[in-house]
Design a protein around this ligand. Structure first.
Ligand code: NAD
Length: 342
């Protein structure tokens, strides 16, 4: 039987994984490391991945895994993503083709929940704007007037790992918290942890600020659009550390311009600075360019977790598989960490 061929795409090259993982991977498979700053275009991707059984990639380096590319990669049987969210991938199509997908839940939960609180605090305190004003990036007469959060209500949409942790952080600054989740089990867990759970419309009506920490599925409509924005309290804040597609950006911009929404903070870049630069200058739109997870501890934890998942896929023990072609080996009884250190 030929050895498994693994292609790893990453900006950080060999420093993406602890050395022990490279040793184990290279002992078990033919490993090709491709260090690059972006995702390869289709033709280049075909050349790089044509012979791959498994692909490990960060989101930054992953090519568009659409039908045309997957058609050109008949050997491919698994993708090991350095990411929690996978809404850019068509999971049913991967499943149909017998291509597995492993992800990394929880590696950035602490960082992203802290980032969500930081975004909310920034909108409330106008911290980002005060900084811009002190550097004369915006006019000196720009208003820095903000609001206090204590005693207000935060509605958390998607009370999973990140949302659940955010609930605790928010209570720490005196916010009341209500939550909403479409998953019964997540709802029950959040309720057991003391979060008052309710329907989306009720949450929107009751909340002074809404935080989106929900996962997103490719092709699913935005959770917050014009109708939902209209249900929010006038002058509310909206924070989105999930995916930009959770919000209808045009509707959010319109609500900001109408003064219905006081501030929108999103961990991505969603507006054209040439067209909506005034909202950025006024600090009502805050964009942090998918930086929530970029923390020392997350990078260290992520390297170990990615190594586990790459090695697991190579050895036939997929970890945190969203989907994986049968037959997968029986579930591991010994953590891969131990095997690497052994
Ligand atoms: N900004 C970043 O750097 C960063 C980093 C990691 C994760 N994320 C994003 O955060 C998301 C959440 O991560 P997590 O670890 O908390 O995931 P999770 O699966 O633990 O929680 C997500 C929750 O959202 C719920 N949900 C999905 N759609 C919903 C909807 N329409 N309404 C209400 N609830 C809904 C799910 O049922 C689930 O309970 C990820 O999917 C990813 O997109 C962002």
């Amino acid at each position: 039987m030929s050895r498994t061929r693994l292609v790893v795409l990453s900006r950080r090259g060999r420093s993406s994984l602890p050395a022990a993982y490279w040793r184990r991977l290279e002992a078990a498979a033919d490993v090709c490391l491709v260090q690059r700053d972006d995702a390869p275009a289709r033709d280049q991707a075909v050349t790089l991945l044509r012979d791959a059984d498994l692909v490990g990639s960060t989101n930054l380096c992953l090519p568009r895994m659409d039908g045309a590319l997957l058609d050109a990669l008949p050997r491919l049987r698994g993708i090991v993503l350095y990411a929690t969210g996978y809404d850019h991938l068509d999971v049913p199509d991967l499943r149909r083709r017998g291509v597995g997908l492993c992800v990394m839940p929880d590696y950035a939960t602490i960082a992203v929940s802290e980032h969500a609180l930081a975004l909310l605090l920034s909108l409330a305190t106008r911290l980002h704007l005060a900084h811009d004003r002190s550097r004369a990036v915006v006019r000196v007469d720009t208003s820095l007037r903000g609001v206090e959060l204590a005693g207000r209500t935060l509605g958390i949409v998607g009370v999973g790992r990140i949302g659940g942790r955010l609930a605790g952080l928010a209570r720490g600054v005196g916010l009341r918290v209500v939550g909403h989740d479409i998953d019964r089990a997540a709802e029950a867990l959040a309720a057991a942890r003391g979060v008052e759970m309710t329907g989306l419309d009720d949450l929107l009506r009751r909340s002074d600020a809404v935080a989106l920490t929900a996962s997103h599925v490719l092709g699913r409509p935005a959770v917050i659009g014009r109708r939902e924005l209209a249900l929010m309290r006038p002058g509310g804040h909206l924070v989105n550390v999930g995916r930009p597609d959770l919000v209808d950006t045009a509707a959010a911009v319109a609500a900001l311009r109408a003064g219905d929404l006081r501030g929108y903070a999103v961990d991505d870049v969603v507006v054209d600075a040439a067209r909506d630069g005034d909202l950025l200058d006024e600090g009502r739109l805050l964009q942090t360019g998918h930086s929530a997870w970029w923390r020392d501890e997350v990078l260290e934890r992520g390297a170990w977790m990615w190594g586990d998942r790459l090695l697991g896929a190579v050895l036939g023990h997929p970890l945190d598989a969203v989907t994986w072609p049968e037959p997968a080996a029986p579930h591991l009884t010994r953590p891969l960490d131990d095997m690497v250190r052994a």
